[in-house]
Design a protein around this ligand. Structure first.
Ligand code: XMP
Length: 524
């Protein structure tokens, strides 16, 4: 069955993946394409709607990102956002000019709620603005459907032609009614019924995997992270014992994590598959001994991981399929989908294909955003603890220990981190029990790290000379920028007391209040 499709045309703005995610939240499937995509390709995709994203350029400048004028005459509704709205106006005969000052941040907006785009939304609401240029004259056939103090045409429509433009960003959470606006566009204006559902995706995906793989042999590198876990379970449901999962414990996992992964995927767990756990801790510690340079540590861990995996793969012999946990943002960011070619130098299980003798790669999550992968995980009955696991870097605690890595430092950081996570979970759940909502301070990622600093302290009557643990907790939407979480003081106090009291070798606890930028989220 083919899903209804909405296309997001990417003009290089920073929120483009968010636009697509919001559309999917409305149960409408959508894909991101670069603005360079030929109009014939777009026509052949037969979309029910098209959304033009924001972008960094000025649409009236020579060489600015543009699109074919035919796009507005396909008989398909088009919604332009920010740059997309300006471009639409510019191309259809309106005027876009530079404003005297940049409008940036939360802004009051007045909506004409008789427009289908704003149906069911209060007339006065807040929106997120970020622009230098503004629409100074609407194109023929368009009327203004929203205004702000600085923006005479904060949104415009040409109802007959099905063309809409919004100057602000409905896709970001700072526009509280934004999702409703996008829903109005895709459901009411484009007429999508909302046939993109994770339960159906899951069933369909297992069916297709079974058909494709037949009696083939499948190999999966399982990290215990959300993506590889969900991919592994999909494959296990499709082909059972034809699947072998190799889990390399590099000794840089969080406390008890190796055993937790084994409990789910190992012989005692609920899934039908071959599970191989390789306890390679000592090999990694030997290779890392005395190495302090972060990039070198990352490279050593990555290379050793591949070596261990290769040895296991050799024992298994030739396989037909190698599973990769690629998800949709990887596809977009590697430049295959949209415009924003941000290529991360992160180590996960990159480089694996070369060391395995296989015929084809299978990527069951290639079309999904992270939150969709999680929904599939829940559909498949994977424990919530695993499904909602925080992001955890491939090199693991290796990059949360500043300086050289030793088994002793790994123990310290594992214990401190377990306490920090336990106390945050406890405080958050107490908050939810009393208020019925998530605490505003709830971080999106939090962990303990170990600074390479030892300092003097006092314990009882004794002088100590021990390590300082760094607590890091950040709020972020896309992990590209981050704010330190404003954790309650009491919580920090409890965590500090427990860590210095319970973790041998620690006499100081520091809370990292640095934003990204200038600091990254991880310490190395
Ligand atoms: P940074 O430290 O770059 O982290 O601000 C941004 C996000 O990426 C995660 N991270 C990694 N993830 N392999 C990964 O899979 C890596 O090598 C890696 N390094 C950082 C980090 O945890 C944060 O969520």
């Amino acid at each position: 069955m083919k899903n209804e499709l909405v296309i997001v045309i990417d003009f290089g703005g920073q929120y483009n993946q968010l636009v697509a995610r919001r559309v999917r939240e409305c149960n409408v499937y959508c894909e991101i394409y670069s603005y360079r995509t030929e109009i014939s390709v777009i026509r052949d995709l037969d979309p029910k709607g098209i959304i033009l994203t924001g972008g960094p350029a000025s649409c009236y400048e020579e060489g600015a990102a543009s699109c074919s004028g035919e796009l507005f005459h396909l008989g398909v509704p088009v919604l332009g956002l920010c740059y997309g709205a300006q471009l639409m106006q510019h191309m259809l005969g309106g005027k876009v000019e530079r404003a005297s000052s940049r409008e940036y941040g939360k802004t009051k907006v007045h909506l004409d709620t008789s427009s289908g785009l704003f149906a069911g939304i209060p007339e006065d609401t807040t929106c997120w603005m970020s622009h230098f240029d503004y629409i100074s004259k609407t194109a023929p056939g368009f009327s203004v459907i929203a205004t702000t103090d600085h923006c005479p045409a904060a949104a415009v429509e040409n109802k007959e032609e099905g063309l809409y433009g919004i100057q602000f960003h409905p896709e970001v959470l700072h526009t509280p009614e934004g999702t409703k606006m996008i829903s109005n566009f895709v459901r009411k204006i484009c007429g999508c019924t909302g046939d993109w559902r994770m339960d159906e995706f899951t069933k369909d995906c297992i069916e297709k995997l079974r058909e494709r793989i037949g009696s083939g042999k499948v190999l999966c590198a399982l990290s215990g992270g959300v993506d590889s876990s969900v991919a592994a379970v999909l494959l296990s449901k499709a082909v059972g014992q034809q699947l072998t999962c190799v889990f390399v414990d590099h000794g840089l996992l969080r406390k008890d994590e190796g055993d937790e992964v084994e409990a789910v995927f190992g012989p005692e767990g609920p899934y039908d598959l071959n599970f191989i756990r390789v306890n390679a801790q000592d090999r990694f510690y030997v290779k890392l001994a005395g190495v302090t340079e972060p990039e070198e540590k990352r490279k050593i861990i990555g290379a050793e991981f591949i070596r261990v995996f290769e040895e296991e793969a050799k024992k298994i012999g030739a396989v037909d399929y190698l599973v990769q946990g690629t998800i949709y943002p990887d596809v977009v960011e590697s430049g295959l989908g949209g415009e924003s070619a941000v290529i991360k130098s992160h180590h996960n299980v990159g480089g694996l294909p070369d060391c395995v003798n296989f015929r084809e790669i299978v990527e069951p999550l290639r079309l999904l955003f992270k939150d969709e992968v999680r929904k599939v995980g829940l559909e498949l009955g994977i424990p919530e603890k695993l499904v909602f696991r925080q992001p955890f870097p491939g090199p693991g605690l290796g990059i949360r220990i500043v300086g050289d890595v030793t088994a002793e430092k790994v123990r310290i950081v594992q214990e401190a981190d377990a306490i920090f996570r336990e106390e945050i979970a406890k405080a958050a759940s107490e908050f939810r029990d009393t208020t019925g909502k998530d605490p505003s301070w709830m971080p999106d990622q939090y962990f303990a790290a170990l600074s390479n600093m030892r300092s003097v302290g006092v314990m009882g009557d004794e002088r100590t000379y021990d390590y300082a643990v760094v607590l890091r907790a950040v709020c972020t939407i896309d992990f590209m920028t981050a704010e330190p979480a404003q954790l309650p003081w009491e919580l920090l106090r409890t965590v500090m007391t427990r860590i210095v009291g319970e973790v041998r070798g620690v006499n100081r606890c520091l809370y990292d209040v640095t934003t990204k930028p200038s600091a990254t989220i991880e310490l190395e």
